[in-house]
Write a protein that binds this ligand. Sequence first.
Ligand code: UDP
Length: 369
Amino acid sequence: RSIAVVLGTRPELVKLTELIRLLGSAAHVVHTGQHYDEELSGRFLADLAIPEPTYLSGIGGRPRAVQISAALGQLDALFTAEPPRAVVVQGDTNAALSGALAANARGIPLVHVEAGLRSHDRNMPEEHNRVLIDRLADVLCAATPANRDNLLAEGVPAGRIEVTGNTVVEAVRGQLPSHAQQFAELARIGVSSDGYVLATVHRPENTDDPAVLRAVLTELGSLAGELPVVLPLHPRTRARIAAAGLDALLEPLLVTEPLGYRTFLAVARHAALLVSDSGGVQEEVTVLGRPLVVVRNSTERPEAMPDFAELVRPEAELGQAARRRLAEGPAGRARLAALPSPFGDGLASRRVVALLTELGARRGGGVCV
Ligand code: UDP
């Protein structure tokens, strides 16, 4: 019997790539379709060489409760027809919560990769998803000791928790293109190494209030007066900018479509600075050794602070923090490049596979991977 890997978004594809590769023919990838744009999903799967998944339907772009319930019903039907030996979910998405609920409903062992993250910010739907998934999981793969401590503080039995490291480390190392390809990507976009800022913005707290969105774009535009600012535009951000009539604020920026993962890593690797509200980017900069200004109210990844990243409120401090980090120059970047990533050693996926094997042995299920 297979191991069902349930995912639905770009960051899950990134962080589960190596695990899926290691599981080989044992993996049954189920994609809920939470991200359905070609740039965030189809092209990503091909880029990362993930085997063709089973797709669920009627989920992308729907309200959160509909996404979760529609995926749950379809997963239950799949798991009834072909019960997997275990279900693996990653992170804090609606897709991951659906996978967790479906496993729980059928009594299938649930493994949560990247367990124990907490922002303690109840305004984030992801925070609720994380807590719920961690409650249901049989094996909790905490990325860092701090993540384990969050779980212990909530009363999760220590025996269920393993500190594995974060699978993003091997994703970055495995997918970063060759030196020559990195420079080819920079040339294609029209920037030179260390001579630009890379920004990504997609979180509701930055996009859904037009005043905040305007402030973020204005700050990026002001930075662009000093050095190029590359902005791969997430589809939801593009839609919000259009709806708020803010298209003119994009003019000073080097706007691109969302980049494929390998291209994104190449561009991130050579950025003088990153500005982002992404979760994954907070981890990736620690492997790439680049400074980051995090435009968010809260973070569930304090490990990246203060060396690699600092947190600024969306509508304030952005320009100031960015200029301070830029002023650290090559010496500052060299300091970061010499620091180890707080997110692990690049062996997290292997540890998760070992846990899956143990789980099978314990249950007599013979999970052979
Ligand atoms: N990413 C990418 N292309 C882009 C922007 C981001 O490949 O144009 C990657 C990024 O490196 C990270 C992931 O997408 O691995 C993050 O996705 P997102 O910011 O959508 O989600 P979050 O990490 O905030 O949950």
